[in-house]
Design a protein around this ligand. Sequence first.
Ligand code: C2E
Ligand code: CA
Ligand code: CA
Ligand code: CA
Length: 279
Amino acid sequence: AKKAGKNCWRFYQPSLLEEAYKNMMLTNGLRRGLERGEFSLYYQPQFTVDGDRIVGFEALLRWNSSEYGFVSPASFIPLAEQSGLILPIGQWVFEEACRFARRLGDMGKENVGVAVNISPRQLNSEDFVTHLRRSIEVTGIKPQQIKIEITESVLIESMEDNVFKLCQLRDIGVLLALDDFGTGYSSLTYLRSLPVGILKIDKSFIDKIVEDEIQRQVVGSIIDLGHTLGLTIVAEGVETKEQLKILKKLGCNHIQGYVFSKPLAEEAAAVLVVNSILS
Ligand code: C2E
Ligand code: CA
Ligand code: CA
Ligand code: CA
């Protein structure tokens, strides 16, 4: 950039007002999008570390807006949270994911689970557990077919209430995964007090394991301690064969990432399951 002065130029920076206006427009778009059925779920497969078996899918929300085109979840999820729209949207996501789990079950693939992301606002809502149970009942799936992914931020506010709700879900058989592990205040010891069975190591950790010896050891320690606590370890955002090789050596259980597959539309995900004889 140029030196500051009379003729200096700056990168264009939207003003706060413009930003607020844009967010308001997008939030209205979300509301209409829900009514118009503009949302869909993509499913990213998770494999054993050898890549020979599909163990499950993560459901990832997609919004194809009639006004804005494809909008990334990184932009609209925060707005959905702020506006509270994440409650009806999240409910739709959960029902849709249950329908997909039902489809897998009907294909004889009950053991292929479907993981759903749950935001803090959803977990905080009073009828969260009731809604989830109802969706499971209505679709006739086994609770074991569903995993929910939460981040640590979920537990910062109203820790006790939320842990209680998570225990209720665990008790009916829903599996719980701690998402984006390593990015927050995570300490492995406090994990013992959570009803969590799966640990997902964040992509930002995986990114550096090839070049960075220390990072590799950190990931190795997370995996070992996780195993000591009886957890299944999933590495997310695995992109290369080299990363895969290291994770295998370190004893990681499951792999999710472009190295095996990007998130897929439902049809493609179902076809993948049909074609993977071993799963
Ligand atoms: P996340 O839960 O950490 O999901 C993983 C993200 O990493 C996804 O991005 C996925 O497409 C991407 N990813 C997976 N493998 C790779 C890889 O090898 N390389 C790269 N570069 N990326 C990879 P996506 O779908 O854009 O979602 C972003 C975030 O939005 C998610 O992060 C999650 O926090 C949130 N999100 C998505 N769907 C939902 C939803 O239904 N409900 C809620 N509350 N949040 C959601
Ligand atoms: Ca996730
Ligand atoms: Ca994640
Ligand atoms: Ca992540």
